[in-house]
Design a protein around this ligand. Sequence first.
Ligand SMILES: C[S@@+](CC[C@H](N)C(=O)[O-])C[C@H]1O[C@@H](n2cnc3c(N)ncnc32)[C@H](O)[C@@H]1O
Length: 422
Amino acid sequence: MNFLHADIGSAKDNFKSPVHNWYKFTAGFSHKFVDEIITKENLKNRKNSQIFDPFAGCGTTLVSSQKAGINAVGNEGQEFMYDVIRAKLNWKITDNEFEEILTYISQYLVKGYKKFDFKTDTHELLKSLYEKKTLITLYLIRNAILSLSSNKYKLFFKLALSQTLHKVCIHPIAVPYISRNKTLENTGDPWQIFEVSARKMLSDAKLYTKNKKTSKIHLHDSRFLNKSIEDDECNLCITSPPYLNNLDYGEVSKVHTHFFEITDNWNDITTKVRKKLVTGSTTHYNQSDFNLENFSKSDFFLDNKNIGESLLRTTASIKTISKERLGKKSFDLLTLFYFQDMYHVLKEIRRVVRSRGKAYLILGDSAPYGVYVPTTDILGQISKNIGFKDYEIHKIRARGTKWKTLKYRHSLELTENVLILK
Ligand SMILES: C[S@@+](CC[C@H](N)C(=O)[O-])C[C@H]1O[C@@H](n2cnc3c(N)ncnc32)[C@H](O)[C@@H]1O
């Protein structure tokens, strides 16, 4: 399988591909990963094909499927990303309506400027990331868009504005977190950048106006059964789950969620974003959320006794090292929560993907405090316990040898892999 190489795990290719590049999401995988699987599995010639993506992200699987005319369905747990995806799947944008709305927004801007109260109408975090005049313009464009009656155009222009937020900030906001040690000069005129982004989206959409809408997205937490997706509805799953302790998605999207008033503070990010996702970082829970007795009675533990016991031994080592180093983060609990959550998602994948189907997952291995956790293999074993027949692991690249921060550096080689479940 020579298409399974290092580049498919990164979003680099997407920045050059129409529609895929409508939103900068560094956690995405390459559209070529999806395109190649569609070809390899001969989906265009197979009846009743449908792809499932339980971690849709910025919609790479769904956009590639729709470009190829293949049915696809996905879940995404973040409200903000859900809107990004809905906009990316809408290619019926007309010149007339586009121009009318753009004029409306520009007029709203002129009228609204004097009335806008910078002090009370903008979020403190954004005040520290944008020039005052820029931020006022961004908020006025937002208010104009939110007052539109057409949901389709609201989502379309909201996405152009979301891109603009990335392009006119003083400090980069998506690498994947805010990087305050870098300052960007001449960030540009926000209106101009917004207009150019929207016009580029319009011309991209025109390439695909004849395509049917074949992809659907649900705002849903994949750890739970999604009643809108039937058993055996799909014959393939193409996805990339959160990696163990790699990213805090609540942090990744917080500039946008604060701007669009989905969240306002840390507590909101926890309750409205992190709690709806697979536990991927130590910011998702409190230590008191874990109870060993309940854990050993959980479906996850009972269905995966050997794995559960081995995980308890591994996490005990992590805890010992953590204590020795006076570490404040409970990577031991994170590891248990992560596999328990992923067990529930794997069950949902098994329910949705019919027999003789396959699931392709891009995953990373981990080593909290230098204790190696063969994440990909453990997930492969859990999959077998819940009804998959077998699994294969293809290494796509080495991920370097540091665990999260220099403080916890170790010499283990971590890998990024494709896990194929049959
Ligand atoms: C690695 S990213 C997927 C990127 C995607 N392949 C792309 O190219 O855009 C993982 C995504 O899963 C979402 N996610 C995490 N836990 C989830 C859950 N339990 N249900 C649904 N989505 C979840 C995150 O919000 C994030 O957008």
